[in-house]
Design a protein around this ligand. Sequence first.
Ligand SMILES: *Cc1c(COP(=O)(O)O)cnc(C)c1O
Length: 434
Amino acid sequence: MSSTEKSQYWHDRALKVIPGGVSSPVRAFSAVGGIPRYFVEGKGSRVIDVDGNEYVDMVGSWGPMIVGHAHPEVVRRVIETASKSSSFGAASPNEVLLAEEIIKRVSAVERVRFVSSGTEAVMTAVRLARAATSRNVIVKFAGCYHGHADALLVQAGSGVLTLGLPNSPGVTPGQAQDTVVVAYNDFDAIRELFAKRGSEIAAVLTEAVPANMGVVPPAPGFNALLAELCHANGALFILDEVMTGFRLSSGGWWHLVNKEENWTPDLFTYGKVIGGGYPVAAVAGPARVMDLLAPIGSVYQAGTLSGNPVATAAGLATLQLCDDALYATLNKRAREVGEVVSAALTKEGVPHKLQNAGNLFSIFFTDKEVHTFKDAQTQDTKAFAAFFHAMLDNGVSLPPSAYEAWFVSGAHSDADIEIIATASSAAAKAAVAI
Ligand SMILES: *Cc1c(COP(=O)(O)O)cnc(C)c1O
């Protein structure tokens, strides 16, 4: 077992100055127990903690590190930009170049507005949709995460047509009352909602592929139905590609399925990959909607560090490395990791379901196929916790929750797959033992 002495030391210090010791809750290991590792270095597919332990990284900062840690080209462009200034609070070329790169990749996008987090991107998309429609109601799906804006921290409550109940203290009933939550992949529920309240709905907001409850692919025709219902009822369809954007293909999930499925969102949100590890996110879409934003339109939105030159340089360098060869590698590595882990779990008789949408995948610790958040909640989270810690002890860093996707990068190698296979055998045994 690896030493965790220094991580423990930093965690003790962190607990005195940062709530829960972390800057974002899932990092605290609450779902799996134990000491969160404090990281100091990343190289390609590997991360190294303060105790000097090296791990194969399957978190990749939750997606942004798609070309691996400290990719030389990204580092070079960051240093080159930062050495000339980190921020002007004024217009600069890198944001234009990054917007052009996004528009080149996604045919339905004509305008891009940069913000600093996915949360802000979704907040802006919701504001735009409400302004564009002069309506209030936002529809979201149980288990989909769209950041921590008040109106979106809402859970399913008791039924499809009930008003949203906030699931965080500090979110007022007023902030949540215009959010309606529907079960994911439930065709009848969304049809019924539109039949009853279609004229009140400003937008339907969905993850392009839900991946914040584990990976739950949209049922065939589900996104097309959402787009159709929105457009028949004068609502906007907002596709949240903060996770999937530029990970699942050169243009994200919509770009991947668009030719076959023939539906188009009115707004996209992006984040994670487009910042290459720096705080960049965006709302994007056709000019007819996007040009409602100030200063052309009257919908206010702003940010001191929005379009930051260093952050957009990192994002642009990263996207430029996201070519066909990279996507082929990601798809291959995702398949390999899924196969070796699933084989180890099967060998030990641990109930699990490997689910994927392209190279985005997760392993549910249940024997039931997962189509909804309710299905995801049938997981044996204790078995996952044991599995997680055994993986960590054997040199593999997984997302510390059974409800998260796993992330491959272009830097993952055959040697990494071998380490994951070996660790999985031990971890599968640990998952049985509890
Ligand atoms: C990560 C994520 C967000 C929030 O992005 P932040 O940058 O963490 O605020 C929003 N939507 C989806 C689908 C995400 O995966």
